[in-house]
Design a protein around this ligand. Sequence first.
Ligand SMILES: O=P(O)(O)OC[C@@]1(O)O[C@H](CO)[C@@H](O)[C@@H]1O
Length: 415
Amino acid sequence: MKNSLVVNEIRVPNLPLPPALTGSEVGSFTEYTVTERMPAIALRVIKENNFPPQINHKLEQLAAALKTGSLQFLFPDEGVDFSDWEKYLQPYIGQRWLDIPWFVAETYFYRLILNITNYFIPGEFQGLDPFLLQKTQGLEASIDSTISLCSQVQEWLDEALADGKPSKASIMALLYFALWGNRVDLSLWSAFEDDRSKFDIQNQLTHLLVDDAFLVSKLLTKSPGQRIDFIIDNGGFELISDLCFADFLLGSGLAHQVYLHLKPHPTFVSDATIQDVYQTRDFLAEGSHPHVKSFTQRLTENLESGRLILVEDYFWTSPLAFWELPAALTAELAHSNLIVVKGDANYRRLLGDRHWDFTTNFADIVSYLPAPMVALRTLKSEVVAGLTTDTLAELGKVDPEWLTNGQWGLIQLVI
Ligand SMILES: O=P(O)(O)OC[C@@]1(O)O[C@H](CO)[C@@H](O)[C@@H]1O
């Protein structure tokens, strides 16, 4: 962990911290999210569930408060993190949702939805995922892509067995799938259906702002039998892409153990929990395609043997910056040979959701990490680091919405 500072036993970036994003930035995507997208998410919870009127009324009040209102505190519930949230919110109580750091507002917004819907209260709605309908629909919509990906992984595993080692091309392809997972459809496969190892990489590469995929494949093939840790993002096909990647890492011998770090409760609508992994496995096991069935059998074997380990921690649903990782989690991740950080919200956490100059050296910010890390992120928010001025000039010309439309990606490795 080069050039990181130690402050109160927490390693922080050895750079002055820029201000955090807030919803009060007029005309920003952050403002649009807090004033439009988040209220719509709260109202959709009403539509997609059968909560009683008193719960629905509180959800309507929350939706209305986001635009101009002030933060309300959690109603007492039995959530493990209840007292932590009292601490997190202390500096912000009474302030407008728009004026507090966006990452605090957003992580808290989802915790408040669970508070309102009695997720942590014994009774009819305890443990009920308010976003379950969207997660189920996402799974059902990804069947074709899942069959294609499981068939391709089977082919790559057979090749690795025959050649005595996995190909870098297969590792890179799985990195691209893990990156674009939440929008993959069959259009990603090459026009030549019979040669799926070359799925539409040309399109991928033109939309990658930083592509360290080859360097990651070199790191993974340098010494097989490693421990790889995934900081997981969304459920649905993105989770299936991550599970396929883990399947390949274990099946090809590149990894002897893979950890999946999941959310301890539903959040950000589609973020995956341990329960989502089992529900995804069970859903896929019901299918009849042989490659999907063998994938789910290997998944079960890897879970039962302890080669694939599912863990959760309330840090991943907290508003804390990645550099505020608790000591126990830092010590755990220090055992990893590579930490794979998935998605936009986890990337925002890596950077503390702050206004870094986009050309700031990415490694200088995330220098606090206890192991090598690769970020796989499609851009959906106005936070980024590690770009060149040429890239920025080009992007401004070709796509003014490049920061937030999810059409551009990063594979950024920090050793
Ligand atoms: O972590 P993901 O699922 O990739 O993206 C989640 C997210 O970054 O997307 C939205 C921005 O569009 C934010 O509200 C939220 O933080």
